[in-house]
Design a protein. Structure first.
Lengths: 112, 112
């Protein structure tokens, strides 16, 4: 079945440093979604990318969808302590079920 | 804002008990989902429903059943709770569009 891998599993940064998490799927995706889960909270939808090569920005967050629609990345510029949490990617396979498979997430720890 | 409400935040049940987890959404979404979240394993889909009285198995349906008698309510049933079902259970709903999933706050179930 479809597999969605995320790396790294954990990332420690000093406040102000940049952070990137990568998402790779074993199959082509029809879209990619990103979620953030704060410690003790629930996943919250951030964004969806649909087009090959698409790039979207939300303030300090930049999301990219690969040309082959099999990978994606989330980059945070100048991290803040409010960025702490686990970031999940999720995407349904092209032409298959519309249900997205979630990656296992990258946990970001920001040290002040 | 869409709200997904889960009836209990914390629950402790005994092995062998029948357990009901309730989820209600208020935005007329067709699709509803039940996930369990365990450390290091991410979000795993148990069951989902795309319409009233319709249900589909997810990746880990064994030991669970679901009920969707009304559009806004999706119930997860543990027929005979076991200790390996101790987990965080997350309900989600979606309209299927570009707004992703809206998750409830989760129910942390402990089976003793």
């Amino acid at each position: 079945g479809q597999q969605v891998m995320q790396i790294p599993q954990y990332q420690h940064v000093q406040e102000g440093e940049d952070f990137t998490t990568y998402c790779n799927s074993s199959t082509t995706l029809s879209n990619i979604q990103w979620y953030k889960q704060r410690p003790g909270g629930h996943p919250v939808f951030l964004i969806q990318l649909v087009k090959s090569g698409e790039v979207k920005k939300q303030k300090r967050l930049t999301f990219q969808f690969g040309e082959a629609k099999k990978n994606s990345s989330l980059h945070i510029t100048a991290t803040q302590t409010t960025d702490v949490g686990t970031y999940f990617c999720a995407g349904p396979p092209t032409g298959g079920s519309y249900i997205p498979t979630f990656g296992r997430g990258t946990s970001l720890i920001v040290h002040p | 804002d869409v709200k997904v409400t889960q009836s209990s935040r914390y629950l402790v049940k005994r092995t062998g008990e029948k357990v009901f987890l309730e989820c209600v959404q208020d935005m007329d979404h067709e699709n509803m989902f039940w996930y369990r979240q365990d450390p290091g394993l991410g979000l795993r889909l148990i069951y989902f429903s795309y319409d009233v009285k319709m249900k589909e198995k997810g990746d880990i349906p064994e030991g669970y059943s679901v009920s969707r008698e009304k559009k806004e309510r999706f119930s997860l049933i543990l027929e005979s709770a076991s200790t390996n079902q101790t987990s965080m259970y997350l309900c989600a709903s979606s309209s299927g569009g570009a707004r992703g999933y809206t998750f409830g706050s989760g129910t942390r179930l402990t089976v003793v």
